[in-house]
Design a protein around this ligand. Structure first.
Ligand SMILES: Cc1ncc(COP(=O)(O)O)c(C=O)c1O
Length: 398
């Protein structure tokens, strides 16, 4: 059968995640015997803390191996509500939570529940690669506003205001950000909040990196501003980054009760509940000892303290200091159009391909995040790997 008939127009409009594509290329090169260092995937290198793994084993032994309610167990929802109180100082009801198969799925459910065809959602670039694709999958239009490293990736609020149209339904906030590591200041969050109030918009706040903040910063959620903002903010979060639980696939939204219920209905038709054992493990993650969270955060900060000056020492690389998460997003526009060791580099994708071929280092091109002239390095890997990776990059760019 011919592909044009086999594959829908919607499916045809979707590209595979570029981060995954880069990671796959690195794996293929590794399989062929090449010593490739991967800096492409946003995944903590730490093992999941032992108490969480024990809770999962216990859940299996206790027979928690059956279906649960589609949008999560009451116990996990309560643990999420309690964690929101502890971490954000906010009171929610368990009925406001819908648990999904990872933060990515919680976000997709958010867009599906929120957006109608033709609606617009404002997204800041550089953005996490899945945001625009997910908004499009929900039939709506992403509207991109660029931000830059020289002011810590804060958006120009006048530009945000000007981008709001009658079709705008939501503004997406992701602080700390993947891929930039940028952290919105309180003024930025308050400015976005005011625009949302003036135009009656929803804020979707992806807070998956909120526990990974540097230099003593504290997390600011738009939902903390006042009751009106709390009511118009949908928080998306998960266990993946905070507890080194990427493979367990648990994420959630906290939203108005009717919204969370609808999202649960969508999920009940699509996937049913997220893994029962992972849900039990996530209760332990959220309610058990939190020491590992602080230890991992401190390790990321030490790596950040090494990698930023080391990259800035390479001519032509301008690496802003990330305030959180575990990414740097250096500007490499100096290299565009230049010839390095006989290879002419036209754009960030060619730059990253050059690095993987000549330095055996995999990274992600900034154009995948709507920011040409930059690239992303994930420093969620050992200090030894970071040192060796930077050494290789410096050598390949000589
Ligand atoms: C900004 C951001 N949001 C959400 C997610 C989703 O995480 P997960 O689906 O693994 O919970 C990620 C993962 O890379 C992310 O970087």
């Amino acid at each position: 059968m011919d592909d044009a008939r086999l594959i829908s127009t919607l499916a045809n409009s979707v590209e595979a995640s570029p981060t995954m594509a880069m990671a796959t290329l690195a794996k293929e090169m590794k399989a062929s015997g090449k010593d490739v260092l991967s800096f492409a995937v946003g995944e903590p290198d730490f093992p999941t803390p032992a108490n969480i793994c024990e809770a999962a084993k216990k859940a299996i032994d206790d027979g928690q191996t059956k279906y649960t309610p589609a949008s999560g167990t009451p116990e996990l929802k309560q643990a999420i509500v309690d964690a929101a109180k502890r971490d954000l100082g906010l009171e929610y009801e368990a009925s406001q939570v819908a648990v999904s198969n990872g933060g990515k799925h919680a976000l997709m459910n958010t867009w599906r529940t929120l957006l109608d065809p033709g609606d617009e959602a404002i997204i800041f670039a550089p953005y996490w690669v899945s945001y625009p694709a997910q908004v499009e999958l929900a039939g709506a239009e992403p509207v991109i506003i660029k931000t830059f490293g020289d002011n810590g990736f804060q958006p120009d609020l006048d530009e945000v205001k000007a981008a709001v149209t009658a079709k705008t339904k939501a503004i997406l906030v992701n602080s700390p950000s993947n891929p930039s590591g940028g952290v919105f200041t309180r003024e930025t969050i308050e400015g976005i909040a005011r625009i949302a109030q003036e135009s009656d918009l929803t804020i979707v706040s992806d807070e998956i990196y909120k526990h990974i903040l540097f230099d003593g910063r504290s997390h600011v959620s738009p939902a903390q501003i006042d009751d009106d903002l709390k009511a118009r903010t949908i928080i998306v979060d998960g266990v993946a980054k905070t507890y080194a639980m990427t493979g367990w696939r648990i994420g959630w939204m906290i939203a108005p009760p009717s919204f969370a219920k609808k999202a649960g209905s969508i999920q009940s038709q699509e996937t049913s509940n997220p893994c029962a054992i992972s849900q039990a493990a996530s209760i332990e993650a959220l309610t058990g000892p939190q020491d590992a969270v602080g230890e991992m955060r401190a390790a990321f900060e030490r790596r950040r303290d090494y990698i930023v000056p080391a990259l800035n020492a390479i001519p032509g690389i301008n690496c802003p200091d990330p305030g959180g998460a575990f990414y740097v997003f250096p500007d490499i526009s100096d290299y565009m159009g230049k010839t390095v060791q006989g290879v002419t580099i036209k754009n960030s994708q060619e730059f990253c391909l050059y690095l993987i071929e000549h330095a055996h280092v995999s990274t992600v091109h900034g154009s995948a995040s709507g920011s040409e002239g930059c690239f992303r390095i994930s420093f969620a890997c050992s200090m030894e790997q970071i040192e060796e990776g930077v050494r290789r990059i410096a050598k390949a760019l000589q």
